[in-house]
Design a protein around this ligand. Structure first.
Ligand code: 0RQ
Length: 502
């Protein structure tokens, strides 16, 4: 253990997870490490959830992003969360949020650290951080994510460190921890190219604040493996065709520009498609690094990748220790406040692509709320990148739920990314390049990439809106949600013939 906890001031602080959990009081604010199931403490939240079975208390839980079954799920099941910020992706938690059993603030992921700094989320009573090691000079070495851990540690009154004794030692040196000063005292963030190292290898902590160290042997939590299918492959092909056209037009070279990709099936299919494409020497400046990025490093297509967290399949979790050695000098993790910072994204000229739930005929995007009401996951980092990227792309299959839902609708039922932030939409039907187009011309392009079964009713809406209402962005407000109301009443967005014609 003294090889892992190398500073003596920390060694005598080891306590059981139960003891650490017993320190938490009703109403406290907890800042926990963890992002897309990586780098989260596991023993501590399990012990806290267990305590919740016999005792009545609730905490507010702030993290980097989504946590897994041992944290978000067990704490939601135990009913011990009052408020969750800024992102979640767990089905049990999602259902509780939508049932009104716990509160949720769906926040841009680059904003949370600033809110903590300003105090709008209250003081952080405890920071609970998973770590691979504590160095001689007392730096906390995070594991597979950085997220918001540095700001939590800085602002917390007390710190609990969960040392994961199974974490690969090669985590040390992977992180680039840079913490912003207060507003008014800030200068530029000195990242001028993707791989610039600007910070420390670990998180500084005042040893006096460290109340306890918990030990864990629990392995990292894998995400599902997304094998491309016919549909995601077609979306990927269309996106790669868009990139190829940008090269042909002289706006990009074959190394493109630093790429940010969302998580999930389409993103993985695009990365997969790049293995055999014309593109090479690509840099990745993303939030989450998933399997596809490693495959591209292996294929010699990606030369450097920076993010704030891993999101890996079981296979990649198993080979992580080896992989970390292999990819040393080719990957880096920064706090999410930096990886998603508008200044950095704009300076590097990032190309961003994320997944939409629905898009309207003028290019507004809903990424978060099914039928405007039930939250799915959250906006995550998609807004940080969408507003500031050099090219902002959203991808989505044109249909959901076996054709009952069209991803292209007259008006989005919830707006995450406004038409002002959106450049290109890609479905399996093709891509709509909206750049340089006024609203009525954007609508023409977007109707073309809707599924053929929905094109007639989208066109009918658009023509009627132009004819009867007109204006810069024509809408018939009484019918703007006709697809959604039809879905609610009839179980499908497909309108009957007479509804389309009247
Ligand atoms: O439902 O799970 O019941 O089958 O939504 O849809 O097509 O499997 O796509 O897994 O990539 O998720 C937007 C949710 C897409 C995700 C979203 C249903 C569909 C299916 C999932 P089932 P798919 P994905 C990086 C950046 C926001 C955050 C973000 C997301 C389920 O990508 O959360 O981009 N993005 N962050 O059937 C009703 C519609 C629907 C619909 C799809 N219009 N109405 N249901 N579905 N469209 C990550 C971070 O920042 C951490």
């Amino acid at each position: 253990l003294s090889q892992i906890i190398r500073n003596k001031a920390f060694l005598d602080k080891v306590v059981s997870a139960e003891e650490a959990a017993s320190w938490i009081e009703d109403g406290m604010n907890l800042g926990m490490s963890g992002f897309t199931l990586f780098g989260e403490p596991k023993e501590f939240p399990l012990a806290l959830s267990k305590r919740g079975e016999n005792e009545k208390f609730k905490v507010n839980l702030y993290t980097g992003a989504s946590l897994g079954p041992t944290a978000d799920q067990s704490m939601a099941e135990a009913g011990i969360i009052n408020l969750r910020v800024p992102y979640q992706g767990n089905a049990v938690m999602r259902n509780k949020i939508n049932a009104g059993e716990l509160f949720y603030i769906d926040q841009h992921l680059s904003h949370t650290a600033e809110e903590v700094r300003k105090g709008t989320l209250g003081k952080i009573d405890y920071a609970i951080i998973e770590a691979a090691a504590i160095t001689e000079d007392g730096l906390i070495i995070p594991t597979g994510s950085v997220g918001n851990s540095p700001i939590f540690v800085e602002k917390a009154e007390n710190v609990i460190i969960e040392i994961n004794t199974t974490a690969p030692s090669a985590y040390e040196g992977l992180h680039d921890i840079y913490v912003l000063k207060e507003q008014g005292e800030r200068r530029e963030i000195p990242i001028y190219s993707v791989g610039d190292r600007i910070g420390e290898i670990g998180i500084k902590v005042d040893p006096a604040k460290v109340k306890g160290i918990v030990l864990s042997e629990q392995p990292d939590i894998p995400s599902p493996l997304f094998e491309p299918n016919e549909e995601t492959q077609q979306i990927a092909d269309n996106l790669l065709e868009f990139f190829a056209n940008e090269v042909k037009e002289g706006r990009l070279s074959n190394s493109l520009a630093p790429l940010q990709s969302g998580v999930g099936s389409v993103a993985n299919a695009v990365l997969n498609g790049m293995k055999t494409s014309q593109f090479k020497d690509i840099e990745v400046a993303s939030e989450v690094l998933q399997d596809g990025v490693f495959d591209l490093i292996d294929a010699g297509v990606v030369k450097f990748a920076v993010g704030t967290a891993f999101s890996l399949s079981k296979k990649r979790v198993e080979s992580l220790a080896e992989d970390l050695e292999k990819y040393k000098g080719k990957i880096m993790f920064r706090p999410q406040e930096i990886s998603n910072h508008p200044e950095v994204i704009r300076r590097l000229g990032v190309i961003s692509f994320n997944t939409a739930l629905e898009v309207d005929i003028y290019g507004n995007v809903n990424s978060t709320h099914v039928s405007g009401t039930r939250v799915m996951n959250g906006i995550g980092g998609s807004g940080d990148f969408a507003r500031n990227a050099r090219i902002t792309i959203f991808v989505t299959p044109s249909l959901a739920k076996n054709g009952a839902i069209s991803a292209i609708v007259p008006f989005v039922s919830h707006a995450d990314h406004t038409e002002h932030d959106v450049d290109v939409i890609v479905t399996e039907q093709g891509y709509a390049d909206l750049r340089g187009l006024p609203p009525v011309k954007r609508a023409e392009k977007l109707i073309e990439i809707a599924h053929p079964s929905y094109r007639p009713q989208l066109r009918a809406y658009f023509e009627e809106a132009k004819e009867k209402v007109g204006g810069h962005t024509p809408h018939i407000l009484e019918k703007a949600f006709s697809f959604h109301t039809n879905l609610k009443e009839k179980g499908t967005m497909l309108l009957e013939e007479e509804k389309i014609n009247n």
